[in-house]
Design a protein around this ligand. Structure first.
Ligand code: LLP
Length: 380
């Protein structure tokens, strides 16, 4: 990626830079590859809720996948149509449910029986009907990091397959509820398509099972999770949406009047974003040298939380002779490390570095730990 470094000089670091041209091309490619009028993308707002990033996504006419009342509000404020909003989360509060009912969201992705009962009560009290999809835990191992695997048995997400019949019956019987579909999400940062094929098989099986009982669904939601290339972002600036959507086209049996919903987050916004930071000091130790930068885990948490690695680039002097650094942040935690033994063109006090592929789960996971300022952002 070519960075507009002249425009960066006057901006206080650290900040997120979003390449809007790459974002627009990514959105266009995903839209082009869905290739079926029954397929609908709901952008997972948790990945990035920056209004500058939301604009091209809204313009594509996509819906939004939200996981809190504030995310529903952000979607509405940013001009997304309420009926295109799906709302997931294992712990929706009464206040959040009431707010979502009030704005008239498209669908609640319901994760448990007690939640279903509360939505029924609150919707009935308002004299409205809540459209509901039941989130099913399909017991598929997505082979991704254990913190971001969600489709396996014994985690807090979704309804266990063994309990699904009962919950479906309940959903069909409760007042104030219209059961429209089933919802799944097997994990995040999946680069192998096999778990998605297994998911399709499972959904076919479940649909056949319910059809035998005379129950059909107007909507199936397969969640998100398509991964990106963190190690070499310039090799794959736009994820392979073609292979992804093909898996569903080839393996999922979808009725003519059924709609298929996707909740893509990372694959849409990760590659267009970089965290730009300045080297504060180069500290020479006995055996190591450290590049201490002004971004820390409060700005980009993924390395500290998941051991994730974001490609680091010296964008001030990319052609300088390479040296080896541990690239670390200023925060008082040993996990505040972005890279160990990184071979980088020589860094100096004041050099700018880019932490790549940070457009997803970067800015949204920033905190004020150590009472640091939140990172700012620019997009062009
Ligand atoms: N739908 C549901 C129900 C989800 O839980 C998620 C992500 C998505 C869709 C979007 O998944 P995506 O397409 O972005 O993979 N903070 C972690 C990722 C957490 C993902 C949580 N759920 C990270 O930085 O890797």
């Amino acid at each position: 990626m070519k960075f507009p470094i002249d425009r960066f000089q006057s901006i206080r670091t650290p900040f997120y830079y979003y390449d809007l041209d790459l974002l627009s091309r990514t959105v266009a490619e995903a839209a082009a590859q869905t290739g079926d009028s029954r397929y609908h993308i709901h952008y997972a707002l948790k990945a990035n809720a920056n209004p500058l990033v939301l604009a091209p996504i809204r313009e594509a006419g996509w819906g939004v996948d939200c996981v809190s009342g504030n995310e529903v509000e952000a979607a509405v404020v940013n001009g997304f149509s309420p009926d295109s909003i799906v709302f997931a989360g294992v712990g929706k509060t009464d206040e959040e449910i009431n707010y979502a009912l009030g704005v008239g969201i498209g669908c609640f992705n319901v994760e448990s029986l007690p939640e279903l009962e509360v939505i029924s009560e609150l919707a009935s009290a308002r004299g409205v009907t809540a459209k509901v999809a039941l989130r099913v835990n399909p017991d598929i191992d997505a082979h991704t990091h254990h913190y971001i695997t969600t489709g396996l048995n014994e985690n807090k997400f979704g309804i266990d397959l063994r309990m699904l019949d009962d919950v479906v019956d309940k959903a069909l019987a409760l007042p104030g509820i219209k059961l429209v579909g089933l919802h799944f999400h097997i994990g995040s940062q999946l680069t192998d398509m096999e778990p998605y094929r297994m998911l399709c098989d499972k959904i076919n099986e479940l649909q056949a099972h319910f059809a035998e009982k005379g129950i059909t669904f107007s909507s199936i939601n397969v969640g998100g999770g398509l991964g990106i290339n963190y190690e070499n972002p310039d090799a794959d600036p736009i994820p392979d949406f073609k292979s992804y959507f093909e898996i569903f086209r080839e393996n999922l049996e979808l009725g003519e009047n059924q709609q298929l919903h996707f909740e893509l987050g990372r694959s849409i916004v990760a590659q267009c974003g970089s965290l730009i930071s300045r080297v504060i000091y180069v500290k020479k130790g006995v055996e190591k040298q450290f590049a201490i930068i002004d971004a820390g885990m409060s700005d980009l948490l993924r390395p500290a939380l998941y051991g994730a690695h974001h490609k680091i680039e010296n964008i001030s002097s990319p052609d300088a002779k390479e040296e080896v650094y541990d690239v670390v942040g200023p925060i008082c935690e040993s996990s505040d490390v972005f890279g160990k033994d990184e071979k980088l063109p020589a860094l100096h006090r004041g050099s700018l570095v880019a932490l790549r592929s940070a457009g997803a789960y970067g800015e949204t996971m920033a905190s004020r730990y150590n009472l640091r300022a939140l990172p700012s952002s620019i997009a062009f």
